[in-house]
Design a protein around this ligand. Structure first.
Ligand code: HSE
Length: 298
């Protein structure tokens, strides 16, 4: 009698779109199960696939999201949640976002869809606020809406699903070291030199145009981040070598997935994406660092 919802991992930033751009993968992802209960409020009755996450609804992203929605809807009953983690936390693949998105979608289904999927984004963002200290939407929006999603503005929130016509494949390599988004954000410089800003918004506009005009060359020329990637690269073992290997193997572009440590690369074909995967695996071959890798169509 549970409603079961899957929400996928996501790649946020996509090089030049820090906090404003992300896309969804097919897998991995998390499941949230939900059913009605008579007593009011939210309980988390089980967490599977991972250890150490709190079942206190005020300390777990799925609980926070459900509580916000119940408060908004003012219903005379409560909800029981189960979280089935299918992906590692602190991976840079939007793990907390997938849980938050799945919770928002599941509770909305249970309630008879009072909200559109777009309207669920602010609820899911509350999970991100708990998990990372900042309510960014560049993971939750694509996890909920699919494909590439632009967050044009946070205030007011303006979330644009892009409907990209281009065939793209994503290689994701997750070196198994845990990196907290809050840490990877705390080390960033607060000011951006004008020259770097100009290059960044040129690239972001170029990436948007390339995706929507289905222009691989323009996408490739635009996949750069000269602001945040250099500041974060030291947090990820062998990042520079892995990125170089991906580009040498023919990727259109590569960078840090979200706040890392996962590395993503985009390719025009599935074969290319597999070659990129192998090239990055080679880099880590004798490093003693274990990898999870995923290749999916975007
Ligand atoms: N845009 C966020 C960051 C994504 O880079 O900090 C975190 O997954």
């Amino acid at each position: 009698d549970f409603i079961k919802v899957f929400a996928p991992a996501t790649v946020a930033n996509v090089c030049c779109g820090f906090d404003v751009l992300g896309f969804a993968l097919d897998q991995p992802g998390d499941e949230v199960w939900v059913r009605q209960k008579e007593s009011p409020g939210v309980t988390i009755s089980a967490i599977e696939g991972i250890c150490g996450l709190s079942t206190d609804p005020a300390e777990n992203v799925v609980g926070i999201v459900a509580q916000k929605m119940l408060r908004e809807l003012d219903v005379p009953f409560g909800v029981e949640l189960q979280l089935h983690k299918g992906m590692p936390v602190g991976s840079g693949l939007g793990s907390s976002a997938a849980s938050s998105a799945a919770a928002a979608f599941a509770v909305n289904e249970l309630m008879g869809r009072p909200f559109t999927t777009q309207e669920l984004v602010p609820f899911a963002m509350e999970g991100e606020r708990l998990a990372s200290g900042s309510a960014h939407a560049d993971n939750v929006a694509p996890s909920l809406l699919g494909g590439f999603v632009l967050v044009r503005s946070y205030d007011p929130l303006d979330v644009i699903p892009l409907g990209v016509p281009l065939e793209l494949y994503c290689t994701v390599v997750h070196p198994q070291v845990e990196l907290k988004t809050s840490l990877a954000r705390s080390i960033l410089k607060k000011d951006i030199p004008l020259q770097k800003g100009i290059r960044q918004w040129g690239n972001l506009a170029g990436l948007m145009a390339g995706l929507l005009k289905a222009d691989y060359s323009l996408v490739s020329r635009s996949l750069h981040d000269e602001i945040f990637e250099p500041e974060r690269a030291f947090l990820i073992p062998l990042f520079r070598q892995a990125k170089e290997a991906a580009l040498e193997a023919g990727a259109l572009g590569a960078g840090i997935s979200g706040s890392g440590p996962s590395i993503f690369a985009l390719s025009a074909t599935a074969t290319q994406a597999r070659q990129v995967e192998q090239a990055i695996q080679q880099v880590y071959a004798n490093s003693g660092i274990d990898l999870n890798t995923y290749v999916t169509q975007v």
